[in-house]
Design a protein around this ligand. Structure first.
Ligand code: B12
Length: 201
């Protein structure tokens, strides 16, 4: 929360040495990031403080990514295209989700941040994934999810791919309302939802 990368990295390393799982360590860090976001929302923090908190969280997550890759499984259990929607550069949570999905045996094509509906649709056409994962972290970028859903319908692809949605701006009722197939509040849940969607439910 205070944007101290050195202390974050030190504590993450201590967590790893103590045998905590990456998820346990992330669950320990997330309240700090959320609190920084809350303070930014109330005007107690300005953008530099928000950025420092984000960088500290990211520094900790980067140390954990190698521990999340698991044994590279020879055969993928399913393909997922994922990205943060248009206008959104938040990616710490998406990167965690992508890493855990890979660890679980999914082939993950990560399009990064600020991904336009066109870029999602082109990749779905080319890669034919079972699942499309859309991350939105601001109320203002939910529009990116809706535009991508509309384009999927327009391009007659809606019944060819399951759409999994998440990120702090997204809620289960919202996903239901706009016709998404799955929602998860955190990275563990994202893996479970992705497995459920593969099962064709
Ligand atoms: C760090 C941070 C930043 C960093 C981002 C660094 C990065 N590389 O991502 C920086 C400083 C760059 C940033 C910038 C901005 N930010 Co910001 N940011 C945050 C903050 C504090 C934490 C986000 C985070 O990393 N959390 C930790 C991760 C682990 O959690 P997570 O993202 O929720 O991800 C988990 C789940 O959601 C889920 N999940 C995530 N993705 C996906 C995807 C799928 C498919 C699924 C199934 C699940 C899933 O699993 C993850 C792991 O458990 C949030 C506050 C918050 N409450 O989220 C504000 C927040 C999101 N930011 C906000 C704002 C306003 C901004 C700025 C506009 C500020 C500005 N004036 O410039 C810019 C926007 C830039 C842009 N165009 O996108 C607001 C959004 C408010 C709104 N309108 O809805 C928030 C909520 C803060 C606030 N309270 O005001 N930000």
């Amino acid at each position: 929360m205070n944007g101290n990368d050195d202390l974050t990295k030190e504590l993450v390393s201590q967590g790893i040495e103590a045998g905590l799982t990456p998820t346990e360590i992330i669950n320990g860090m997330s309240p700090g990031a959320r609190e920084a976001g809350r303070k930014f929302g109330t005007g107690e923090y300005f953008l530099p403080e928000l950025m420092m908190a984000g960088e500290a969280m990211n520094a900790g997550v980067q140390l954990l990514i190698p521990y999340m890759t698991g044994d590279a499984s020879p055969k993928s259990i399913g393909k997922i295209v994922i990205g943060s929607v248009e206008g959104d550069v938040h990616d710490i949570g998406k990167n965690i989700v992508a890493a855990l999905l890979r660890a679980d045996g999914f082939e993950v094509i990560d399009l990064g941040v600020d991904v336009t509906p066109d870029a999602f649709i082109e990749t779905v056409k080319k890669e034919q994934p079972e699942i499309l994962g859309l991350g939105s972290y601001m109320s203002t970028t939910l529009r990116g999810i809706e535009d991508t859903m509309d384009l999927l319908v327009k391009e007659s692809l809606r019944d060819k791919v399951k759409v999994l949605m998440g990120g702090v701006a997204v809620f289960p009722q919202y996903v239901k309302r706009i016709g998404g197939d799955g929602y998860a509040e955190d990275a563990d849940g994202a893996v479970q939802e992705a497995r459920r969607l593969l099962g064709g439910e």
